[in-house]
Design a protein around this ligand. Structure first.
Ligand code: 4AD
Ligand code: MG
Length: 432
């Protein structure tokens, strides 16, 4: 008998197969039992009838409890009413582990707090499997995109001695008696690697002691960061929009069924990522928002309401570019035609999903970088290695960081990013 995955069953109609999985749910009407079996690739219904199944098989099925693990042997039958397009007529069952205790996640509404407390079990149920399968496709699409573009995959350290994105969100740790931090961004290291390899990227874990408890912030998340020698601000934005377009189309190709299980409007998603994405200067965005009655003035950072208004206005990802230096980190290059602004852009996602990407052209002159460090009251000494990049063969270069979880939340159409990662870390959550 051939071992099969549930996702492959539509190609195996009429064949005898063996499935290895778990009992997701069960319905019975005395003479007939319906077992929902899942294996991580999908869910299929298995059928047993009292008059056709062997009595011992029928009885062992009756004893099965939710999330018990089992190996099922049966014949695949086409059924156009089934979401998977087929069912299994079960001939026998090997019970691998019969749960004696009631599974803690009942397949009905439970509070987010309860579900997050049981995240290790919650991930087996409902929408969590399709979401995590979409996460897999997003990660793969990012790697594939950069590979096809000729980028070199690289790494940055997680234990670091310097801040990138300001000192307020650093997790401080003791490194053999010396202060160290968990990385807020691999950018500075990628800048060094880009000077060696040209164009580089990584997908790495990022740590931020975010005091804000919102649906868009985690304290540990994943960022896809890229750094490109000889790319200016415009080249940077062109690459970013191509990346987003690529990811979304790949996910639609590879995970259409999962998107449908989440009830995602796939046509909308496809329309949102048609190129090019609109671009608006920070200055023009402020004027637009004020016209729409929101309170904001030049030099303010956007809050969630501002981002939401912009995303509704454009209905697509939108680049807000040329932002004031005062609200941006030390490494961004000033706009030569308006030095109070920097050659940076934030990509605001549609449907209120917030900032998906932050990026900029980097300062490439030594004197300018030194003075911008001083402006931020950052000591030069820990950045000496970074300053070296401007001492030896400095070139114009740019880069960006894409928030992986926010991107997944948008693609899945789920409100809170805590469900886009297997085990979310938030200000009040370190368990499980
Ligand atoms: O805009 P950010 O802070 O940019 C940087 O760290 C740059 N050094 C990246 C670079 O240029 N290489 O972060 C980039 C993206 C944001 O746009 C957002 O999508 C995501 O990372 N992000 C978060 N996602 C989840 N939880 C948080 N607390 C996040 N903070 C930022
Ligand atoms: Mg940002």
């Amino acid at each position: 008998m051939q071992i099969a995955y549930i996702k492959e069953l539509p190609t195996k109609i009429g064949e005898q197969v063996t499935l290895r999985g778990w009992l997701y749910n069960k319905r019975s009407s005395g003479k007939i039992q319906f077992l929902q079996i899942r294996d991580g690739t999908g869910v299929v219904q298995g059928v047993l009838t009292a008059n056709r199944s062997a009595p011992e098989v029928f009885q062992s099925a009756q004893a099965l409890t939710q999330e018990s693990s089992l190996v099922v042997h049966g014949i695949v039958r086409q059924d156009n009413r089934a979401p998977s397009g087929c069912e299994i007529d079960i001939t026998s069952i090997d019970v691998v582990h019969l749960n004696s205790e009631q599974f803690p996640i009942e397949l009905k509404q439970q509070t987010p707090q309860y579900l997050m407390d049981h995240r290790h079990l919650w991930i087996r149920t409902g929408k969590q499997v399709p979401i995590l399968r979409i996460r897999d496709a997003v990660m793969h699409a990012i790697r594939q995109f950069f590979y096809e573009y000729g980028f070199i995959a690289t790494e940055a350290p997680i234990l670091v001695g310097t801040a990138v994105e300001g000192t307020t969100t650093l997790f401080k740790i003791d490194y053999f008696g010396q202060p160290a931090y968990l990385s807020q961004s691999g950018q500075l290291y990628l800048e060094a690697t880009a000077m060696a390899l040209g164009r580089v990227y990584w997908i790495g874990p990022i740590f931020r002691a975010e005091k804000s408890k919102t649906r868009k912030h985690l304290t540990e998340f994943w960022m896809a960061e890229a750094e490109m020698a000889y790319y200016d601000h415009n080249d940077n934005l062109t690459l970013q929009q191509e990346l987003i377009n690529y990811i979304v189309n790949r996910v639609i190709d590879e995970r259409e069924q999962e998107l449908m299980m989440l009830g995602r409007d796939i046509d909308l998603l496809r329309a949102e990522v048609t190129l090019p994405f609109p671009r608006i200067t920070y200055q023009a965005a402020i004027e637009l928002l004020r016209k729409k009655g929101l309170e904001i003035s030049f030099g303010d950072d956007f809050g969630a309401p501002h981002e939401e208004e912009l995303s509704n206005h454009f209905g697509k990802p939108v680049f807000v570019e040329l932002l004031p230096k005062s609200i941006k980190p030390f490494y961004m290059k000033r706009d030569p035609s308006d030095p109070i602004c920097v050659l940076a852009a934030d990509l605001i996602g549609p449907e209120g999903y917030g900032e998906l990407i932050g990026g900029s052209q980097r300062v490439d002159s030594l004197d300018e970088l030194k003075s911008q460090l001083a402006e931020e009251n950052l000591p030069a000494e820990p950045y000496e290695w970074y300053l070296d990049l401007r001492r030896y063969g400095s070139v114009p270069h740019s880069g960006f960081g894409l928030g992986v979880e926010r991107t997944i939340a948008w693609i899945c159409g789920i409100r809170h990013i805590r469900a886009t990662i297997p085990f979310a870390r938030q200000i009040n959550r370190l368990y499980p």
